[in-house]
Design a protein around this ligand. Structure first.
Ligand SMILES: Cc1cc2nc3c(=O)[nH]c(=O)nc-3n(C[C@H](O)[C@H](O)[C@H](O)COP(=O)(O)O)c2cc1C
Length: 422
């Protein structure tokens, strides 16, 4: 059992004792490198631009009396967007070799470093095989989330990171690129060489390219620290939990099983661009075929180097042709209408009970980082599969952990919940 996960459970008492938000120290959501780093346009790199844009680009803006904020291709707990993306290009026809930072707001890159021949981000991996193509590093600036969610924020950073991996998977399908993920690499070396300090946590790397046999050394670079949140309050519980969560061992390699999405690129792309979290369900039922289409997407293989088992419980309340009740992996455990119960369990959020079904992703592993990233990745598949079926979806990171576990009769950790419906 992961101690951090148990320390950060929600209970009726913890939620009611509530934290008040420090509006004076609200973090920034965009990291901007100073002008001394070259600003690189992606105008001539349409495939790479689309790949990055569909992974985490800005897809909507919301105006409120004090200003406006942006929503992205990836969902994020509280719309706080802790994650940043760095990209290494090698032998890409469209983009010069280099290590870049991707700016979602401008859809441009900042060139941080040009590695010498034989050097690159592959040097931080356990197998230092050269990648002809892109290596994408996903990090999280945890204060952007801990500002609001306190110590529970590491859960959200990992789930958010997993959502980006899932968004990258779909973006790869739209742009005819390959994509797999690596969770085992030298994080401390990266934190030092990128100047992240312990404020920015390296979560995972995406490999979109061809692996070759040449061995690559890490780049000789020492980037300066660049602030990515404006304010920052250190949280040693989060930092220590991250160190433990990212020491991964006895990993089982996930199998690559082809592209999970079988629709056309145009259909998938427009679903990504339209994706939003549903805020309210109508309470109308959905067909069994649509529900199954979403359910089936979850079980497809994940091409990750540390593939942890996740059980999917489903509380079904409004699916035509499927008796209401609690299911696990399509097996009915208990019949009955548990919509009100599911709403309560999701911290009394109506979203938890007003949809067609509420999924609870459950697992337990010492490899906590890999487990949570996979939960987020599956969450992104649920969002996009729902969109493709004309259904709405919302991630639900706030739930009464122990009461959910009692309801599901599981001794494992409750990682994430998602509701789908119309
Ligand atoms: C990990 C995670 C947890 C979330 N938890 C909740 C939640 O408990 N309740 C809720 O209403 N929305 C939740 N959301 C949805 C976010 O509020 C939403 O993604 C964010 O506002 C951005 O909006 P968009 O998804 O429409 O782009 C969650 C999203 C993620 C990724």
């Amino acid at each position: 059992m992961n101690d951090y996960h148990l320390q950060t459970i929600h209970t009726r008492e913890s939620v009611r004792s509530g934290r008040s938000l420090d509006w004076q120290h609200q973090p920034e959501v965009f990291k901007c490198y100073p002008p001394k780093y070259d600003d690189v346009s992606l105008a001539g790199c349409l495939q790479i631009r689309d790949f990055l844009y569909l992974s985490c680009g800005i897809t909507a803006a919301k105006v409120y009396p004090g200003g406006r904020y942006f929503l992205r291709a990836n969902p994020s707990a509280g719309a706080l967007y802790p994650c940043e993306l760095y990209v290494q290009s090698r032998n890409e026809p469209e983009l010069a070799d280099g290590i870049y930072h991707f700016e979602p707001l401008t859809q441009r890159l900042r060139l941080l470093h040009v590695p010498e021949p034989g050097e690159g981000l592959e040097g931080y991996l356990r197998q230092q095989d050269m990648v002809d193509g892109l290596v994408v590093l996903v990090t999280a600036i945890y204060y952007r989330s801990s500002w609001k969610y306190g110590q529970r924020a590491l859960r959200y950073c990992l789930l958010d990171g997993g959502h980006i991996l899932g968004a990258m998977e779909a973006a790869a399908c739209c742009t005819d690129r390959s994509c797999s993920w690596v969770t085992r690499f030298d994080r401390q070396g990266l934190q030092r060489d990128f100047g992240f300090s312990t404020r920015e946590l390296p979560l995972a790397m995406g490999i979109s390219g061809r692996r070759c046999s040449d061995q690559i050394r890490r780049p000789r670079m020492e980037l300066e620290y660049v602030d990515g949140s404006g304010f920052f309050c250190r949280d040693s519980v989060i930092e220590q939990a991250f160190t433990r969560a990212s020491s991964l061992s006895d990993c089982r390699r996930g199998q690559y099983a082809g592209r999970p999405y079988s629709v056309t690129k145009t259909e998938l792309k427009s679903t990504i661009l339209r994706r939003r979290s549903i805020r309210e369900f109508s309470g109308r039922p959905v067909s069994l075929a649509r529900y199954r289409a979403v359910r089936d997407m979850i079980g497809r293989k994940v091409a990750i180097d540390c593939d942890e088992d996740i059980q999917v419980f489903s509380v079904v309340h409004r699916v035509v042709g499927l008796e209401s009740g609690l299911y696990v992996d399509d097996r009915c455990l208990r019949k009955g209408n548990f919509a009100a119960r599911a709403e309560y369990l999701c911290l009394e959020q109506p979203l938890g009970g007003d949809g067609a079904a509420t999924f609870f992703l459950v697992g337990d592993s010492e490899n906590y980082l890999a487990l949570m990233l996979k939960a987020g990745l599956l969450g992104q598949r649920i969002y996009l599969a729902s969109g493709l079926q004309g259904l709405g979806c919302s991630g639900i990171g706030a739930f009464y952990d122990l009461e959910v576990a009692n309801f599901l009769e599981t001794g494992n950790l409750i990682l994430y919940a998602l509701a789908i419906g119309i």
